[in-house]
Design a protein. Sequence first.
Length: 175
Amino acid sequence: MDMTQPGLKEDKAFGQLLRSLTRELFQTETSANLHCKREAERFKGTSAEATFLAISRHAQDVLSALPHLTGPRGLPVSAGGAAVGAMFSEARYLLFDRLIRRERSYRGTLLGVRHGVDVMHLFLHLAEAAHDSELTDFCRSWLEVRTPLVESLERELCWFAEHPKHAMQFTRSLH
């Protein structure tokens, strides 16, 4: 990141926000990868399955690319952020998924991937403020891929109105 621009290098809060957001990006991408794979299994045979799998693959690609973008800029290559994402995903899978219904699980995953879009929008604004064209291009490319996928999942919510019996099923057996 070109932190030599007047004001940015000295702006402690700017750097803190960028580092914090980088960790959060690793966390949200780890969660998107894991949750979307699981939701694809739950909605096998529906049009949402392909969208969930596309988001999971995109998140995997992003997780592979992020260290090459963040490391050289002095930003965290956040094993911690990825670990937190994996930990929350595993807790959800082992505990909470036994207590929630398919429709709520879907909406929870949708909420998580929407959160990722918000994180990336802010990351884009920070990259632009730092005049980092490579990082700006990365953010824009990410948004061009992910935003239509999230919008597709939003449109698929109507499936639950058409299949209320399936919507009310628990995501995992209670026994």
